[in-house]
Design a protein around this ligand. Structure first.
Ligand code: CMC
Length: 450
């Protein structure tokens, strides 16, 4: 295979591509015959061979289990350079957004493509506030779940249920849904938090708490989680800042497992509610969003065993355990979100005067792993989940709600990705496979089997 443009030269330099006079091409030789394919160049100089005609021209398919080399789409939302630890939303570096923006503002940016004006942001916040409540009938649905149901299962089901209460936005009619996109987006951003808090209250046998119009996004969520009819919850400044940052840092992350699921479901023409409900299910797994809860369980078990992390590292190297919150498919350098959140976690725990022995274990694990040949060779660094669980735990969020918190944060990204699919009306996503099962054989009647 050859290519007339050099990706390693161009990658990361958006300007260089404009200097190429001829559009780049790549050729692939199959069974001695050369086939030429266009090369797509992204706005940051990323290169992809456009193999859409490959099968019809050669009869072959490309095989890429886990999609490590496969570009499933062109997207304008988020850019990641995993080798350099770069993450940008709509061009804005995550470091700047984390320092200067808020979750609400970043959510708007991710969904609509530009930072909002003052009026736009005020109106967005207002709509989110107005949509916080659930239809009263929906509150009965919660009682249909056993009290120990996993909150991710409840969240997925309830997000789909929200669509049932808004049939004009969930009939799988693209034109109708795009016309009401703004309403559906704010409704989801707002209600996901009410569903999460109500799930928690129900699981504890506590009365549901209604949202308030005078509170900001994060405060309102914490109010619905922790206020009692006889005692309102007052959000400490440090908690507000840490949770807002947590949500902001999770707002989007390119074509990860759950976002790709949302796009996949959307590509079949499914509405926004169904698509994000599927995203929640994809996020649930411990290798994806479930990792933040798995990190805490890992740290607790290390603590219980009286280990400082050294034994665990040894087990991880021998393949007997996995260091949760470490490693990433895309980042082969520090996950920039982990860097930001690691520092914020320490600040917040100090300000709240909380000491957590798990933080010491985490720090020790990080230090040991970053020096260890096994982790260095494989370019395994802490990811966003390594410290986020410690912060959520300090806020009082129960461990089985951690991945729900991730889902609240990721909602803007899922919504923006659904919109890209809905607006582009491209083909249904339908990968191929290599069949490795039995060859054709004749049916055997039951009496002749065995
Ligand atoms: N602990 C120990 N070894 C690891 C780890 C880890 N956390 N992650 C990867 N490895 C090893 C793996 O065993 C393999 O070794 P070898 O080459 O000897 O077979 C090598 O590193 C490459 O790993 P991989 O499984 O092929 O990498 P991947 O890109 O398929 O998986 C990952 C990425 C995130 C699923 C994986 O690193 C992992 O399981 N990490 C722990 C779970 C976790 O923290 N997930 C959250 C990801 S960030 C939030 C999100 O986006 O969802």
């Amino acid at each position: 295979m050859s290519s007339d443009s050099n990706p390693s030269r161009d990658a990361g330099s958006g300007d260089e591509k404009t200097q190429n006079a001829d559009p780049p091409k790549a050729s692939i030789v199959v069974d001695g015959r050369e086939h030429e394919y266009p090369v797509i160049v992204g706005s940051e100089g990323e290169h992809a061979i456009d193999t859409r005609k490959f099968r019809s021209q050669t009869g072959y398919i490309t095989y890429d289990e886990g999609y490590g080399n496969t570009g499933s789409c062109q997207s304008e939302i988020t850019f990641i350079d995993g080798e350099k630890g770069v993450l940008r939303h709509r061009g804005y570096p995550i470091e700047q957004l984390a320092e200067k923006s808020t979750f609400m503002e970043t959510a708007y940016l991710i969904i609509y493509g530009e930072l909002p004006t003052d009026d736009e942001l005020t109106s967005f916040r207002q709509h989110v506030r107005e949509n916080a409540n659930l239809h009263e009938d929906m509150r009965h649905h919660f009682q249909g779940f056993p009290p120990d149901s996993h909150p991710m299962a409840v969240l997925s089901a309830m997000l789909n249920a929200v669509g049932c209460y808004h049939p004009q936005m969930s009939r799988n009619n693209r034109e109708e849904e795009l016309a009401r996109f703004q309403e559906a987006a704010t409704l989801l951003i707002s209600k996901v938090r009410t569903i999460a808090a109500t799930t928690y209250r129900m699981s504890q046998g506590l009365p549901a708490v209604y949202p308030r119009r005078d509170l900001r996004y994060v405060e309102n969520f914490l109010h619905m989680m922790f206020s009692d009819p006889y005692e309102p919850y007052e959000t400490p400044k440090e908690v507000f800042e840490a949770l807002d940052l947590f949500l902001l840092l999770h707002a989007d992350h390119e074509q990860n497992c759950s976002t790709s699921t949302v796009r996949m479901v959307a590509s079949g023409g499914a509405n926004l509610f169904a698509s994000v409900a599927a995203g929640v299910c994809a996020l649930w797994g411990p290798l994806h969003g479930g990792a933040n809860a798995a990190v805490i369980r890992m740290l607790e078990s290390i603590h219980r065993d009286g280990d400082d992390g050294s034994r665990f590292i040894k087990d991880a190297k021998e393949g007997k355990a996995r260091l949760m919150g470490f490693g990433h498919r895309v980042y082969k350098n520090y996950d920039p979100r982990a860097k930001i959140f690691g520092e914020a976690a320490e600040r917040m725990l100090k300000a709240l005067g909380r000491e957590d022995p798990l933080l010491d274990i985490a720090r020790h694990l990080e230090e040991a792993a970053l020096k260890d040949e096994y982790f260095v060779e494989r370019k395994l660094y802490p990811n966003v989940d390594f410290y986020s669980g410690l912060v959520l735990k300090a806020i009082g969020i129960p461990v089985n709600m951690f991945t729900v918190m991730f889902a609240i944060g990721r909602m803007p990204g899922w919504i923006a990705n659904w919109k890209e699919i809905a607006e582009s009306s491209k083909r249904i996503h339908r990968p191929r496979q290599i069949y490795t099962g039995k060859n054709a054989r004749d049916y055997v009647p039951v009496e002749k089997r065995g």
